[in-house]
Ligand binder design. Sequence first.
Ligand code: GUN
Length: 295
Amino acid sequence: MTARVLDGKALAAELRAEIAAEVAQLQAATGRAPGLGVVLVGDDAASRSYVTAKEKACAAAGIRSREILLPASASREAVLEAVRELNADDDTDGILVQLPLPDAAIEREVIEAVDPAKDVDGFHPVNVGRMVLGLPAFVPCTPAGILEMLRRAEVPLAGALVVVVGRSAIVGRPLSILLSQKGVDATVTVCHSRTPVLARYTLQADVIVAAAGSPNMITADMVKPGVVVVDVGVNRVPDETSARGYRLAGDVDYEPVARKAAAITPVPGGVGPMTITMLLRNTLIAARQRRAPQA
Ligand code: GUN
């Protein structure tokens, strides 16, 4: 078997065209385009490139973006002040604080400073709590993108055994909750760095979501034939043959796993473009809700 490649880039392009049309409608109706405020602290190269990709995607969809760039040495108070400024700015509908922050110790406080109505990353405890309860909420972009991709690819989830590898607050944990909710109805197992004999679980899985941040950790001997594999890993692996000095590797040993799988997402061009697309969608939703709060 050779896997169907789940082309996140192509699907994202389709969805972004739909979002751009809805943005144009909202702008025509209200005289204002949706706006995203981004806080970037420090000069980490990967964070810079993610933020640039998000801002470019916003511009292409007709969403305004405003960036507050702070030095890595910025104080806790300066970071909180940037968030408060965006909370108070009427033209800012959605707020994104790029993580990780140089000072990990202030992350929780900074996330909790974001107005939940503008929390398009879905990281604020109010949105996390609402999501767990199955109430309307901003859902974190990577889990939302993965679900949308599986839905559009018509991968059956009801009754499927899904193994999520990784328990991060951004991907693994929220995705496991969404997959087990009524209406999706997957049976979910969450594995992590302390799981002994990971293959014991992955070999049973109808769908594997690899989100551990460990290059090539899911190998062909760990998956059953016909599995659907979603690779969330974006790992920079040193590569002297590349001009950049590195190449991107997922969490999945792609070629051998693709020979056994029914479907697989590539890295790059799989989950990444879908994540950014969900950010655009959440920003559009935030703008609509803020302009018609009673609706
Ligand atoms: N860092 C890695 N992923 C994300 C994300 O989805 N949102 C933000 N704000 N930071 C991240």
